[in-house]
Design a protein around this ligand. Structure first.
Ligand code: SAM
Ligand code: SF4
Length: 330
């Protein structure tokens, strides 16, 4: 397994397959002034497979597809199939807003998808319109139901807590987690890209301790669960009254977990992005399109691992300036 210069074992590749999205969450994508990677510049399914094969050859095991909205990619099922078929891959997961899952959940599952994380910031019909902008409650519910019917269980839900939009709705989401056994994770806002969305992230930030206090006030104390793995970014809890469901907190700002980072990221336009909250990148597309071998691609990936920064410097006001979240994938 590749280790970086700080001894961290890096075995998890998050692949952004597209930067388009059918929603415009206020902290992720501005409504105006967007430019997208032209289709010809997106890595193809075969190129993504080549990177995944190179990654497995040096010890990567876990893969996640993200975006933008990955389900907008017409060949997403093929991409899952290609990665899942590689010997040595222990899992292919997907992060999605679920809107298109009613037609895709089953084919994705059959192609080898092992897990799905569904992004739901609120279940309140009006506040969905304000926060996620082009989604609706029935569409989100249909996506969640489709994931469950396809056997993509347990339902894992990600909620980004944003002051003035959904900070009170965390209680309703937790209630739903108790009812339906969801693994629900609350994520702290991160400022990326320096523009309008970074401004939202900074001005509407809600710390984990506040979200946790709201949930404990409603349902009693939460009890920490053992970490699934040392690199798990989510600190998970169960309810102490025996209700099902898991409540996790991902706190990159108030409790950074960079020391346990096991990730590398591949952008949709073919760059290894070394740390979510830094600008450093290494191009791999030129090598892929210039007839480079698997060994050449693996060498770039190892170089990217070796160059990973120690951690983020949000407390010094430093973040990635060159990309917004939809251009990296979370
Ligand atoms: N479209 C998919 C989705 O929403 O799940 C995949 C891409 S999205 C960029 C991945 C995750 O990043 C989502 O859970 C989203 O809520 C989260 N996210 C986006 N912008 C964020 C920000 N500024 N801070 C924290 N999380 C953010
Ligand atoms: Fe789209 Fe996901 Fe960003 Fe929302 S968080 S705008 S669904 S990419």
């Amino acid at each position: 397994m590749p280790r970086d210069r700080f001894g961290r074992e890096i075995d998890y590749l998050r692949i952004s397959v597209i930067d388009h999205c059918n929603l415009r969450c206020v902290y992720c994508m501005p409504l105006r002034g967007l430019t997208f990677v032209p289709s010809a510049e997106l890595l193809t399914a075969a190129e993504i497979e080549q990177v995944a094969r190179a990654a497995v050859s040096v010890g990567f095991r876990k893969f996640r597809l993200t975006g933008g909205e990955p389900t907008l990619r017409p060949d997403l099922v093929e991409i899952v199939q290609r990665i899942a078929a590689i010997d040595g891959v222990s899992g292919v997961a997907l992060t999605t807003n679920a809107i298109l899952l009613p037609r895709l959940a089953r084919p994705l599952r059959e192609a080898g998808l092992t897990r799905v994380n569904i992004h739901v910031d609120t279940l309140h019909p009006e506040r969905i319109k304000h926060l996620m902008r082009f989604a609706s409650a029935p569409e989100i519910e249909a996506g969640i139901a489709a994931a469950a019917e396809a056997g993509l269980l347990p339902i894992k839900v990600n909620c980004v807590v944003t002051r003035g939009y959904n900070e009170e709705d965390v209680v309703d989401l937790a209630r739903r987690a108790r009812h339906d056994g969801w693994h629900l994770r609350f994520i702290e806002l991160m400022p990326l890209g320096g523009g309008e969305t970074a401004h939202v992230a900074l001005s509407q930030f809600v710390p984990t301790r506040e979200t946790r206090a709201r949930i404990e006030a409603a349902f009693g104390p939460l009890e920490p669960l053992p970490r699934e793995s040392p690199s798990d970014e989510s600190v998970n809890h169960r309810f102490t009254d025996g209700a099902p469901g898991v409540i996790g907190f991902i706190s990159p700002v108030s409790e950074p977990y960079c020391g346990a980072c096991n990730r590398m990221r591949l952008t949709a336009d073919g760059k290894f992005h070394l740390c979510l909250l830094n600008d450093d990148e290494l191009d791999v597309k030129k090598t892929l399109r210039g007839g480079g071998s698997l060994e050449d691609v693996a060498a770039i990936l190892l170089k990217a691992v070796a160059a990973k920064p120690t951690g983020h410097r949000l407390d010094e006001g430093v973040s990635t300036e060159s990309r917004q979240m939809f251009q990296i994938g979370g």
